[in-house]
Design a protein around this ligand. Structure first.
Ligand code: TRH
Length: 393
């Protein structure tokens, strides 16, 4: 097969192929799509995304057409990666190749990379972990067992020396504009729930979660809480528990229900950029997986993380590693309250909402400080782009 040489980075924009196999849920494509948009919009790269599950992708990018083998969305080429050996209908090699979360590149693509006089820069983008070993492995090269090729491990992380996490350049300004505009917030409430914003003394909670046995106790505590709790629940895996609690056959997008001091709205899944506003209108955010976990940190509000569960509880040290960073400067009583709550939300114990609420002002201050601290690690797309440029010179 002929493999036309890609445009030299010196002579034009950097061409980048991102390969994404969707394992489960929305985080795999969520991270890849966010990265693709940043590399395009902020670094001027020409990006193609190979993705094997257009249905999952369309949930967060509704303008995607399901039947197209190849399409362009927001200036990014999307190839439906319909089988592992498929490498696009028109074969083309990029300057930078990102294999997301250890998915396997098509063999024909690897063989063509090896034929190139100057091989593309090949990254394996790993899942986010806050564990200490991450900084040691970040940017480590790994030679290919059969070809004269090497790939570089790119590790997202929360600490200096790691790849950081994704953060768009305009994110803080967008959040400040939204938070500073009562009109924008009122418009959001009306469009999203059909209602005016709740009273100022209500606690607004967003709940994006997997099935979770701890939710029943929490719903009871919110129902019995001394002040109003307004719950915003993107339709999904936790919706069944809400339906059971309210005695409804389902709790699908658009549904609303109330018991005691708890009122709840089920929300339609939004396109990806719209998810941030949900975090911004809420006082406390329940998030999960990887990408929403990162967005909650940039939203700078107290949050509770449900980590993606792994076999043999391999996720629990990762949960504690994240807690260690996030709570580093918290005073002991608030730190213990937050740790207990996160542990309970991840299977160990019963969540104590009153205790969490008692520390709210301190947790809010820490959320702000943490967002500033985390920003110092640098944005993942920027870190990746500057490393790539240094290698492609
Ligand atoms: O969907 P997730 O549970 O994805 C997970 C994790 O990525 C996990 O690490 C991975 O191993 C597993 O999948 C396979 O949670 P996450 O990562 O938060 O991704 C959700 C994405 O959906 C995120 O990009 C935000 C987006 N989103 C919307 O676009 N609209 C919405 O309304 C909501 C609620 C989310």
């Amino acid at each position: 097969m002929s493999s036309p040489a890609p445009a030299s980075p010196a002579s034009g924009p950097i061409a980048c192929d991102i390969f994404c196999a969707v394992v489960d849920n929305f985080g795999d494509i969520g991270v890849c799509w966010r990265l693709a948009r940043q590399l395009t919009n902020e670094h001027g790269w020409q990006v193609r995304v190979f993705v094997d599950d257009l249905h999952a992708f369309r949930k967060l990018c509704p303008s995607l057409a399901l039947g197209e083998a190849r399409q362009v969305v927001d200036g990014i080429v999307i190839e439906h990666w319909h089988e592992p050996a498929h490498a696009g209908d028109t074969f083309q090699l990029a300057d930078v190749v990102i294999e997301a979360f250890a998915c396997e590149l098509p063999p024909v693509y690897i063989a063509a990379m090896a034929e190139r006089a100057r091989a593309p820069l090949w990254f394996n983008l790993e899942y986010l972990s806050a564990e200490d070993w991450v900084a040691d492995f970040h940017l480590r090269p790994s030679p290919h067992p059969r070809y004269p090729l090497g790939k570089t491990f790119f590790f997202p992380g929360l600490a200096p020396g790691t790849g950081g996490v994704l953060k768009e350049r305009c994110l803080d300004a967008a959040r400040a504009a939204f938070e500073g505009s009562a009109t924008a917030r009122a418009a959001w409430w009306l469009e999203t729930t059909g209602r005016a914003p709740p009273a100022a003394d209500a606690t607004v909670v967003s709940l994006f979660a997997y099935q979770n046995p701890a939710v029943d106790s929490l719903l009871e505590q919110w129902r019995d809480s001394p002040s109003a709790v307004v719950l915003l629940v993107p339709e999904g895996r936790i919706s069944g528990a809400l339906a059971r609690f309210f005695g409804l056959p389902s709790f699908a997008a658009g549904a609303q229900a109330a018991r005691g001091n708890l009122s709840a709205h089920s929300l339609a899944f939004t396109e990806q950029p719209g998810y941030d506003a949900l975090l911004w209108v809420s006082d406390v955010n329940f998030v999960r997986g990887e990408d929403s976990f990162v967005r909650a940190q940039w939203a700078a509000k107290p949050f509770v993380w449900q980590i993606y569960p792994q076999a043999d509880d391999a996720h629990l040290p990762k949960l504690d590693a994240a807690l260690a960073h996030y709570t580093r400067t918290l005073r002991a009583d608030a730190r213990v309250a937050l740790e207990r709550f996160w542990h309970a939300w991840n299977g160990a114990g019963r969540p104590d909402w009153a205790q969490f609420q008692r520390h709210y002002p301190v947790l809010k201050q820490r959320a702000n400080d943490w967002a500033i601290e985390l920003a110092r690690v640098g944005d993942l797309a920027g870190n990746l782009a500057s490393f790539a440029k240094s290698q492609l010179k």
